[in-house]
Ligand binder design. Structure first.
Ligand code: UD1
Length: 364
């Protein structure tokens, strides 16, 4: 672990939509502190709507290097990122590499850096679904166990890391998505983004996103999910992830009349759609939490959630069969989520400080 004593050079490796959101507050904090921070984009997400719109919305600089990995099998995508990242790191020569969340990009970077000399830092450490069939679960376990510094979003995550013998390497920093959300929420409330053609603001609707393999990758399950969504409300709006579009097209599935399909939304558009909604149905980790933070009831179309706090606070129902009704929603909590749960919106400052402490160059 060779680290320059003066000011470390830091590289963040990201590649998928939620990681662009997580790196934004961290990048801006490093900038504020005058730390040299570059972004490597794996290319896991590459469509404009899945990638560059997030860089624009979140005022992120162009990535220093884009590895252009693109779509492939899990093994193929991970292997491509690994091979190309190794060369990119040799070129950029950072002291510290920061990885985020639980995607194939996270896993690839963890394995590569673990065999190099850089300090490896995992942001959003300690999340578990305890479902090993989820690719993300495998990715996050490997990332946590390979990292030198584990930055956890919640007390629950800290307790999980302690149970796995990782307490010494773990720090509670709060959830960096709160930082991003609060920043963008303010902007969206002042100047609402242009929504896709035909989107009606106002009125009551349910906002939905479905993209996980468990919901999209078998035809029977996907048909079931869309049918159930159709019966939940007479205006259900799905922001369509490419994986869902591909699976619907392949299986020639047509959505029920009460369900409308919209392109994948930018981050500002997503937060605007959320703020205008009556309730949310999703299998996304991020959206469950954003719904709770913006006081919108959420139904999670999965068997489990990593964000138990949203369930305990009464904002989230884990319901893989999607049998929750609008009456159930109306009974859900109306209390905003306490700040202690996911942090105060200053996680990025704690992340930067923890990293600087780790490499022995802490700053105020
Ligand atoms: C990935 C992450 C998941 C995260 C999600 C956010 C893994 C294992 N999963 O899932 O944790 O919640 O990102 O969106 O890393 N595609 C495009 N254009 C794009 C990106 C993807 O068409 O810009 C299509 C490809 O056909 C690809 C499919 O979508 O095969 C799935 O993309 P992939 O990156 O494999 O995983 P996600 O489902 O997006």
């Amino acid at each position: 672990m060779a680290v320059s004593a003066v000011s470390p050079k830091i590289v963040s490796v990201v590649g998928a939509r939620p990681q662009f959101v997580k790196v934004a507050p961290v990048h801006h904090e490093f900038q504020r502190l005058g730390i040299d921070h570059a972004i490597i984009h794996s290319g896991q997400h590459y469509d404009d709507s899945m990638s560059s719109s997030f860089f624009d919305d979140l005022a992120l600089p162009e990535p220093a290097i884009n590895l252009g990995a693109g779509s492939d099998s899990h093994a193929g995508q991970t292997a491509t990122i690994m091979t190309r990242l190794d060369g990119a790191l040799t070129q950029l020569r950072p002291d510290v590499v920061v990885i985020y969340g639980d995607t194939n990009t996270t896993l690839a970077a963890a394995v590569v850096v673990a065999k190099r000399s850089e300090v490896l830092v995992h942001v959003e450490a300690g999340l578990r679904s305890y479902n090993r069939r989820m690719p993300e679960e495998v990715n996050r376990i490997a990332a946590d166990h390979l990292s030198h510094l584990l930055l956890a979003p919640t007390r629950t995550a800290m307790a999980i890391l302690a149970r796995e013998g990782l307490a010494d390497r773990s720090r509670l920093v709060g959830d960096v998505m709160v930082d991003a959300l609060r920043y963008v929420e303010q902007q969206v409330r002042v100047s609402p983004p242009t929504m896709p053609d035909g989107w009606r603001s106002g009125g009551e609707y349910v906002f939905a996103t479905i993209h996980r393999a468990e919901n999209t990758d078998t035809e029977m399950r996907l048909r079931y999910v869309l049918e159930r969504l159709g019966s939940m409300h007479d205006d259900v709006r799905i922001a369509v992830h490419p994986r869902l579009a591909i699976r619907m097209k392949d299986a020639r599935i047509v959505q029920p009349p009460s369900v409308s399909l919209w392109p994948a939304l930018s981050y500002h558009q997503t937060i605007h759609a959320l703020l205008g909604s009556l309730a949310v149905v999703t299998d996304s980790g991020g959206l469950q939490k954003e719904a709770a933070l913006l006081a919108r009831p959420c139904v999670t179309a999965r068997h489990e959630t990593e964000w138990l706090e949203t369930v305990e606070a009464g904002w989230n129902i884990v319901d893989p069969q999607l049998i929750t009704s609008i009456h159930d929603w109306s009974r859900m909590t109306r209390q905003p989520l306490a700040e202690e749960v996911f942090g105060d919106g200053h996680a990025a400052a704690r992340i930067a400080n923890s990293i600087l402490h780790q490499v022995g160059t802490a700053r105020d």
